[in-house]
Design a protein around this ligand. Sequence first.
Ligand code: NAD
Ligand code: UDP
Ligand code: UDP
Length: 338
Amino acid sequence: PTNHQSNRHVAAVHSFGKVPLGIKRKGLRIVVTGGAGFVGSHLVDRLIARGDSVIVVDNFFTGRKENVMHHFGNPRFELIRHDVVEPLLLEVDQIYHLACPASPVHYKFNPTNVVGTLNMLGLAKRVGARFLLTSTSEVYGDPLQHPQKETYWGNVNPIGVRSCYDEGKRTAETLTMDYHRGAGVEVRIARIFNTYGPRMCLDDGRVVSNFVAQALRKEPMTVYGDGKQTRSFQYVSDLVEGLMRLMEGEHVGPFNLGNPGEFTMLELAKVVQETIDPDASIEYRPNTEDDPHKRKPDISRAKELLGWEPKVDLRKGLPLMVSDFRQRIFGDHKEGST
Ligand code: NAD
Ligand code: UDP
Ligand code: UDP
């Protein structure tokens, strides 16, 4: 639909990057659902810095006001407490749809991925906004192809304990493509691989946050299973750069956004030891059901079409997260710091 908003959007986007320094481009109006969360709040920082007006929509299920509090008082920033499972009326140019209970501890029994995505697509259709879905590498399930390319259809257990999340995101991708083909909504799909960095939830059970918090608290790092399963860890600033390039670019996707550097959980524990405490110990625990054995993105498509690739490797990114965690766990006290 080429209505008033989408024309304004296209004009603004096309001038972006070509405007000589000192000449202001007209800022966009952008909604970030889940903008009080880990990834969302870093994205909001970049959009505000770029000169856009940002509306964060978040129900604070896992997000925190502290993540965006530094923007309070900025007239280009608004925060709305709202559950995206309920309809929402706004006038905007772009929608970054991140709202989702993103960790295994939180995502069970939650209809956000399906109903929330439907509502945000309905909003995009009504106002002619461009819509970006943050999907996940979990759509590949326990992959039979390695590394995973976007053309791989995945190996997902539809009735397993994780299926609410991975099948939920697969449905969200389906809805997104249906609104694109059926209603002409401009859409973008990112498939995000494991991402870490400052502001990550302290206790949501993800492996990097668990190991870092445990090592700082002098508790053993809990390795699930034999620790030989692999993941590829991306630093949050690389992800945010990828999401913005995807939104501003011409391609629908899906695009894998992740760091191809692959680590076993035991190797990750070792990097955490090197970074925080060489004496940090390991404790083995039973693994969770349906845990993918390995995961690593093939990012050729994003490299070629978005001109994007990650710049921060694990040994460079982890210390940046550790200082944030140290601050949040110990406050001003220096106990436990090394
Ligand atoms: P997060 O939990 O920090 O952020 C999610 C945000 O969504 C939170 O602020 C939460 O309060 C909000 N939210 C949840 N349900 C909501 C609802 N019904 N209505 C309104 N707000 C709601 O997680 P994150 O790591 O920042 O993840 C952001 C997005 O990226 C998610 O869609 C997630 O699936 C995707 N993703 C993240 C990773 C990763 O490793 N971090 C990997 C793959 C995909
Ligand atoms: N929706 C919304 N905000 C809008 C427009 C729609 O939250 O500005 C919701 C709407 O309530 C509906 C969903 O998005 O539940 C899908 O909307 P659409 O118009 O595509 O479907 P319909 O309402 O025609 O079934
Ligand atoms: N994991 C672990 N110890 C923990 C938390 C997770 O060994 O304290 C393992 C988990 O079994 C999985 C991997 O780390 O194999 C990544 O788990 P996470 O929940 O961070 O991400 P996802 O499974 O969604 O990739």
